[in-house]
Ligand binder design. Structure first.
Ligand code: GLC
Ligand code: CA
Length: 549
């Protein structure tokens, strides 16, 4: 099947976490004018669209993912006029904007919930999921993704409400047609404004199993991709389908096998999905290195499931919910840091799909050496820390786990310069700044032709100039090699081979026989431009891109 050409397949995306991107009014928190001030930077990088995480009115229990008014901008970030200006200027730069759509839950401060909790007879009662307790307490044994019971007791009406995330994020009741109608109207309102699409938050959780269902081995099974969800998603799709927009669903619990149903070119619910398979290879275990074979399997499963025009992938190595990829999948060690950041760039930017770069990833930002739990803001991380302490884990041991896994690792302020507040703000920001701003910052990297930043630019440029790197087919070589990730992209006669050593050790391999070395030109490399041999040794984290002559 021929692959349909669209802008969102060709563009490279960039995720902005506004609180930590750029502060222009010196209150220590990033803002909309800050994003606007960096449009030239983003354009230079080669970015085609930005995804901005929630900027709506919110008490910020979960940093904006608890929305109290979908149609207002949080005062800290700016005004609706400033948003309109950002949208206009972004479009003038050739940069589209996609917004975060958080419709699994609202804030407990949203007027719907305030009404809902006021009385069992309230008109908004059924906007949320309420149930009677049992002798054991909550209605059932479901647990929240952020820790503890998924139910919160509410005195006013002597019932419990369901929250898949924090207790300040009550889940909306998608079985109530009125809820859907209101949400769909709100979606249309934003699209009428001229935004270019949505990243759809936590969307695999909107359907819940019957409340009698007991938790299984996977504690979140009762609200993760539950049968019956199709009906809701089809209705949502019909709202999206009327427009030429980009939609990407956050789809925890959706496997590559089902991918075609979720993102099929014709009937799919979204254009693409953020799958969880490859990033879940990094967890709380004491694992210190990337499991390269499983990484390749996870990536390849999605690449093949959506091949030949079946659907399209969303590609990412970082976002605001996971540690920095250099620190987990690469290496922070000074000799490897930049090389591994570049190797990781080639591990996702040239695959089949639309790449999303997370702010700071393009300069190789790393995890934060958090001194204590007081430096942490994220509600889930705090919960997990105190759960560990309560179960007897030594504080230093618990902090070790937190440093490796906390999502705040990705939320430290963007490092624009080596100055005191990293060029992010003129005062102490809301979140600690990584002390390595001296070595890792945009300004220095702009001036260094060998920097991670300039490597990202080159890779993005290469992708733009070669259709095979966008629309070409994907093929994995050497699936069982424990260090090398080797894949090809091909569109008619245009062919590329990408070879990446994802380990800290030297790696050697015999290249596939049909890769006749004398026919290939080196396009890009993160080390010296070695000549390739059929039997080749790769340095730690060495990565190369070849094009067929
Ligand atoms: C998604 C967001 C995450 C948020 C959660 C609840 O997973 O990416 O940041 O905490 O949904 O909205
Ligand atoms: Ca500010």
């Amino acid at each position: 099947m021929a692959i349909k050409r669209t802008w969102w397949k060709e563009a490279v995306g960039y995720q902005i976490y506004p609180a930590s991107f750029m502060d222009t009014n010196s209150d220590g928190i990033g803002d909309l004018n800050g994003i606007r001030s960096k449009l030239d930077y983003l354009k230079e990088l080669g970015i085609g669209f930005i995804w901005i995480t929630p900027i709506y009115e919110s008490p910020n229990v979960d940093n904006g993912y608890d929305i109290s008014d979908y149609q207002k901008i949080l005062r800290t970030y700016g005004t609706m006029e400033e948003f309109d200006l950002l949208l206009k200027e972004a479009h003038e730069h050739g940069i589209r904007i996609i917004m975060d759509l958080v419709i699994n839950h609202t804030s407990d401060q949203h007027s719907w919930f305030v009404e809902s909790r006021s009385s069992v007879k309230d008109d908004y009662r059924d906007y949320y999921i309420w149930a009677d307790g049992t002798i054991d307490g909550p209605p059932n044994d479901w647990v929240s993704i952020f820790g503890g019971s998924a139910w919160e007791y509410d005195e006013t009406t002597n019932q419990y409400y369901l929250h898949v995330f924090a207790k300040e994020q009550p889940d909306l009741n998608w079985e109530n047609p009125r809820v859907k109608r209101e949400l769909f109207q709100m979606i249309d309102w934003w699209l009428d404004k001229g935004i270019d699409g949505f990243r759809v938050d936590a969307i695999s959780h909107i359907k819940k199993a019957p409340l009698e269902t007991r938790s299984t081995e996977d504690p979140f099974d009762s609200f993760k991709n539950v049968p019956g969800i199709e009906k809701h998603l089809e209705e949502l799709r019909d709202i999206f389908k009327k427009r030429d927009i980009l939609t990407v669903g956050e789809a925890n619990g959706v496997s590559a096998v089902e991918a075609h149903q979720w993102v099929g070119e014709k009937e799919g619910y979204f254009n693409m999905l953020f799958e969880f398979d490859h990033i879940s290879l990094w967890n709380k275990d004491e694992q210190e290195t990337l499991d390269v074979i499983h990484f390749k399997q996870a990536i390849t499963a999605w690449q093949t499931a959506l091949a030949d025009g079946v659907g399209w992938n969303a590609l990412y190595m970082e976002n605001h919910d996971i540690p920095r990829s250099v620190s987990s999948f690469g290496s922070e060690e000074i000799v490897f840091r930049q090389t591994s950041a570049k190797a990781l760039a080639l591990s996702f930017l040239l695959l089949q799909g639309t790449p999303f770069i997370y702010q700071g990833q393009e300069i190789g930002m790393t995890n934060m050496p958090f001194a204590s739990i007081d430096d942490i803001d994220a509600v889930d991380t705090k919960n997990f820390y105190y759960e560990m302490i309560q179960s007897g884990v030594e504080p230093e041991k618990a902090m070790h786990v937190i440093r490796r896994t906390a999502r705040d690792n990705a939320r430290t302020p963007m490092q624009w310069t080596a100055e005191e507040y990293a060029g992010f703000s003129k005062r102490q920001p809301w979140m600690v700044i990584n002390p390595n701003k001296q070595e890792i910052n945009v300004l220095d990297e702009l001036n260094d032709s060998n920097s991670v930043l300039n490597f990202y630019k080159k890779v993005i440029q290469l992708r733009k100039e070669n259709e095979a790197l966008i629309y070409g087919s994907y093929k994995l070589y050497l699936p069982d090699h424990p260090q090398l990730f080797v894949y090809s992209r091909r569109l008619a006669e245009e062919r590329f081979v990408i070879i990446i050593n994802l380990s800290k050790e030297f790696a050697s391999a015999d290249l596939p026989e049909n890769v006749q070395i004398e026919d290939w030109d080196l396009q890009l490399s993160n080390l010296n431009e070695y000549k390739i041999h059929q039997h080749t040794i790769f340095a730690p984290y060495e990565a190369r891109v070849y094009k067929h002559k």
